[in-house]
Design a protein around this ligand. Sequence first.
Ligand code: ACO
Length: 325
Amino acid sequence: MTRHSRIAGTGSYLPPKRVTNADLAQQLAARGLETSDTWIVERTGIRARHFAEPDVPSSDLALHAARQALESAGRKASEIDLIIVATSTPDMVFPSTATILQNKLGVAGCPAFDVQAVCSGFVYALTVADSLIRTGTAKCALVIGAEVFSRILDFDDRTTCVLFGDGAGAVVLEASETPGILATDLHADGKHVEILCVPGGVSGGKVHGNPLLRMDGQAVFKLAVGVLEEAARATLAKAGKTEADIDWLIPHQANIRIMMGTARKLKMSQDKVIVTVDEHGNTSAASIPLALDVAVRTGKVKKGDTLMLEGVGGGFTWGAVLLDF
Ligand code: ACO
């Protein structure tokens, strides 16, 4: 009998501090920079984002999301036999945030590791977990995206610091006789490293280079819409499905114009796109599982719906996962 994987539960967490565009405009004004709610909303669709307090690491956000996902799946942490955390803002250089989370969950023994694919991290992590479940290595996986991007923002660069936020989203992915995940499609092209990166690194006890996010927004924008369409079409073809079979498109929540541009290219109605970018900003690897959990809890996404999850981010990396929820 073919073994499949299926999402059994979802969870998410946003740190309590909500920062509106007006709050941010005020902060930037103190640095001599001008921005406005109108500019940010028109260009990105973002109205607010959440920032974690300085002493709250990604693993804490992940812990809240993980506990909620376990509860919704009706599982105990001790039943988890694989933990994957997608993050570009890990607690430490090493060990992985996944092992730190494992300890915070009060369990030990199962494999735990991080996936680093920036904003595509969750679709990468979900694809890895699906593969490990289908080959029989794991039965019940916790797959999480968790980020504290506020730590790597340059608040002297108004073109980037208004775009990102902090948060975490999680799913429990279980072995199943019927397919949940129908097809996946992952890609990367390292020649685009420079258009979106945090170029700094640690060496000899010091940070070398700029440890803050740098982005060529227009170059990212142009690449993103094209690769998201390609990944969606490739994933549908692998599953023998068409755009008409998709109930909900859950794209990486980077920018409303990129998201709606992708929907248009796929000839999908804008009503079928799950949007949380307005309240979350871009939470990188956390954005897709956060949007999924919000859509489930608000009753939009229902059992049996067909979902297209799509990620794109630094690297450049991109990919998609088509699944029956
Ligand atoms: N407030 C006010 N004005 C601003 C701001 C701001 N926060 N930022 C830039 N501007 C100004 C610029 O200085 C420029 O002024 P000028 O014309 O006097 O030179 C003007 O606004 C237009 O700037 P552009 O960069 O041309 O604006 P654009 O329409 O390209 O929007 C944006 C910028 C929002 C960054 C857009 O390019 C974008 O969304 N790109 C994709 C970014 C993205 O999604 N990244 C993440 C994807 S991958 C990942 O998630 C890691």
